[in-house]
Write a protein that binds this ligand. Sequence first.
Ligand SMILES: [Zn+2]
Length: 316
Amino acid sequence: MNYFSQNPLNRFSELRPDEARIRQFWQQENVAVLVVNDSSNLFTDTDQVVMPATLNAEQSARLQKTAHTCVYLGTVDNVPYFVLGFEAMEEQLNNDLGSSFQFLDLKGVALELPQEQSSILAYARGIVHWNMRHRHCPDCGSLTASLEAGHVRQCSNSTCGKLHFPRTDAAVIMLISEGDSCLLGRQAGWPKGQYATLAGFLEPGETLEQAVAREAKEETGVALKHINYHSSQPWPFPGSIMIGFTAVAQNRNLQVNYNEMEDARWFTREEIIAGLRAGTFRLPTKVSISYRLIRDWFNAMPGYDLEEVQAQAVSQ
Ligand SMILES: [Zn+2]
């Protein structure tokens, strides 16, 4: 399973319009309230163990007054989850909450968290970000108001009144192979030696498979065949879903578009192993679907285990 894809909450979307019922959830003694400020989630910081912070009813009631968003996320094991969203309030929130809390970027700590918890935090981050970016109507610019427990916004201008729903941007990401090699690229500004699978955003009027073929052609000049769906991953950084594919290149001729990438090249498994051992090659974070695509390709050859190679390289 990909990171951020194991959200255990029942979203109860049919209950969202029922304000009395949502209020009951909010007033439930065991309510769990998450906090997102800008693009950071709130964590507890006790005994050096990072855990998602859930505020109690009293703390949440105090903070709710200054939150720009309050969203009912769903319920699991009879615990209703909400998130409060803030903008540019880290200092004030830190003062209010005390030293046992801290704001962190979810991507940076997801590996330390239980998968279900990191999935809830990703959902919280994504829905807060959408609310924050839609406080004005995209059609007429008037202020919008939150409806349906934070999952709809309505324009306040009575002659417009448009309803706006959360958006997710579709991005394709693909492991391209040919023979014993896979095609990886890197962007300027990435850590030295780091390569990842190619990726790009879906354009209007395009199928996902066409986007895979177009991005590969634009970035590296490679023509593809056998484009097949692999898996997908919510990627709310800030508002995407990564849709993973595998594909086979028609040949290995590369014409790298250096306006789009710093480099792209073919790697055999042996080259990846040698690079990891020498410290000259780095893989993307294990949190990413890019890592998963590379690992699944690498491990498809009997006798190869990418995580084992990485562990050995680190312990050298
Ligand atoms: Zn409007």
